[in-house]
Design a binder for this molecule. Structure first.
Ligand code: AMP
Length: 470
């Protein structure tokens, strides 16, 4: 049964797949390496050698586990898929690592999932009551269970049968004995791109994984599209009624790698534009603009260039610790922030400083850093955030936490300013955020993005999760 305390379903992840090439698992390892920012808790690869499937899933970083001949020799074959995973407290179980694999009546089926399903509880309850035995607490397992139980004959029809029942955000990369399959949910919330490496099709969460292996970017998988790759080529299936895509705006603000291409521009370009827009909306007299690295760097460059206030690396980030959120408890997270950032006094002492970060979630990072910067002798510390206040949690795979942990939900601007200890605090407006994305005003009837973190407008019903979290 679902256990509220330990058995959460949320995940942030990256997926990768390559079809018909020598050293498929080596290329998958490289692809996962470049997607490591999407998940650091564990990684896995499933390969197929023409006869058998092979699977290795390990907790820890890709480079620490897969950069090793012994491991890669356990993953032979010309086709492979892989997954990097990040999870919240209570989910750090090896059995939840992906790709998940099952030997179905129709043959082997491996699945790597980025995103979050929103009706897992009700489907799982029904499945368990009718005799299904679950091995993991991952929402992805219901996909395997539903495919296994589908009465349809062909694997693609079984998959469509499954997709019709699941709700939520999903970019899937699936491997069977003949096919590599990519799927993007009807809103296209999480990304998935198609590439080509010397004639071998590649699927990946972001284009940075294609660059890593020298593959060419072909196109994005469309929202609601299934691509089926076989020896005879690529087939595109669109089983859903076409709706306007709503990719998650947070991919561009925080999650994706700055060098990845989204809509013909790099993510860096969007982030810089967010910073420029923030400077247009807020003119502050200061001596230096200092990014909170790494997440605030691109926006701080934009802010500095627009405001003409010099950019300085006033905070140094250690690259030998992971992302703040990887730490499981608030106590350790606070410790983690100190481990991660130190102050470069020479740019701070006696200066009026504008700190820039991409977002505030709990407020932990901001309050620690404002304090450090004051302790280093800053005259004033202003904090600029290159997105609007996060007022609502995410349930589609970014995993910003429950309402009661979101500082902007609990407190107003004045209170947050006081809590983080800054002289002033300013957020980018929602319309400025859309402008920086190259969009007109937010279309309230059919918004261009999934921006529920700011607006509470969830395109897919989340009442089941909200009820469970209560
Ligand atoms: P917090 O310290 O809780 O306010 O978190 C804010 C910091 O975490 C910022 O530096 C963000 O770049 C980063 N961040 C924002 N959203 C996420 C997320 N979903 N997962 C991990 N880190 C995040």
């Amino acid at each position: 049964m679902y256990c509220k305390a330990t058995d959460k379903f949320r995940e942030e992840c990256g997926v990768f797949g390559i079809f018909g090439t020598e050293e498929a698992s080596v290329l998958t390892t490289l692809g996962l390496h470049s997607l490591q920012h999407r998940g650091q808790e564990g990684a896995g690869i499933v390969s197929f050698d023409g006869k058998s499937f092979h699977s290795v899933r390990k907790q820890g970083l890709v480079g620490d586990n897969f950069n090793n001949k012994n491991i890669l020799s356990q993953l032979p074959g010309k086709t492979a898929i892989g997954h990097v995973r990040y999870s919240t407290t209570g989910e750090s179980k090896p059995e939840n690592l992906q790709p998940l694999f099952a030997n179905l009546a129709i043959g082997g089926f491996a699945c790597a999932h980025n995103g979050n399903l929103t009706n897992t509880y009700s489907i799982k309850k029904k499945l368990v009551e009718s005799g299904s035995i679950f091995q993991t607490s991952s929402d992805t397992e219901i996909i395997l269970q539903l495919v296994a139980r589908s009465k349809k004959k062909k694997i693609i029809d079984k998959l469509i049968d499954t997709l019709i029942q699941i709700k939520g955000a999903y970019s899937l990369v699936i491997l069977t004995n003949k096919k590599l399959i990519g799927v993007r949910d009807p809103f296209g919330i999480r990304p998935l791109v198609l590439g080509n490496k010397n004639g071998s099709p590649v699927l990946a969460s972001e284009t940075c994984a294609l660059d890593m292996i020298g593959a060419k970017y072909v196109r994005d998988i469309e929202n609601g599209e299934i691509v089926v790759i076989t020896e005879s080529g690529l087939e595109s299936i669109k089983p859903f009624k076409k709706i306007q895509e709503r990719p998650c705006i947070f991919e561009r603000i925080y999650f994706a790698s700055p060098d990845s291409l989204v809509g013909n521009k790099t993510v860096y370009t969007y982030r810089k534009a967010l910073g420029e827009q923030l400077a247009i909306e807020n003119s502050i007299l200061a001596d230096v603009v200092v990014p909170i690295p790494d997440s605030g760097v691109s926006a701080a460059i934009g802010f500095s260039q627009k405001s003409k206030i010099p950019f300085e690396l006033g905070i140094i980030r250690s690259h030998y610790v992971g992302r703040t959120f990887i730490e499981p408890s608030q106590n350790i997270r606070q410790f983690g922030v100190k481990l991660k950032h130190s102050v470069n006094r020479s740019c701070i002492e006696n200066k009026k400083v504008i700190l820039i970060d991409d977002s505030i979630v709990r407020g932990t990072t901001a309050s620690k850093i404002v304090k450090m910067v004051y302790e280093a002798g800053a005259k004033e510390v202003h904090l600029g955030i290159s997105c609007p206040p996060i007022l609502h949690p995410d349930f589609y795979g970014i995993d910003t936490p429950n309402y009661n942990q979101l500082i902007a939900f609990k407190s107003n601007l004045q209170e947050i300013t006081k809590l983080v200890g800054a002289k002033s605090l300013f957020f980018l407006s929602l319309s400025g955020t859309y402008k920086a994305m190259g969009c007109n005003e937010r279309n309230s009837k059919s918004p261009q993005f999934t921006d529920h973190c700011f607006t509470g407008d969830y395109p897919i019903d989340v009442s089941e999760i909200l009820k469970l979290n209560r």
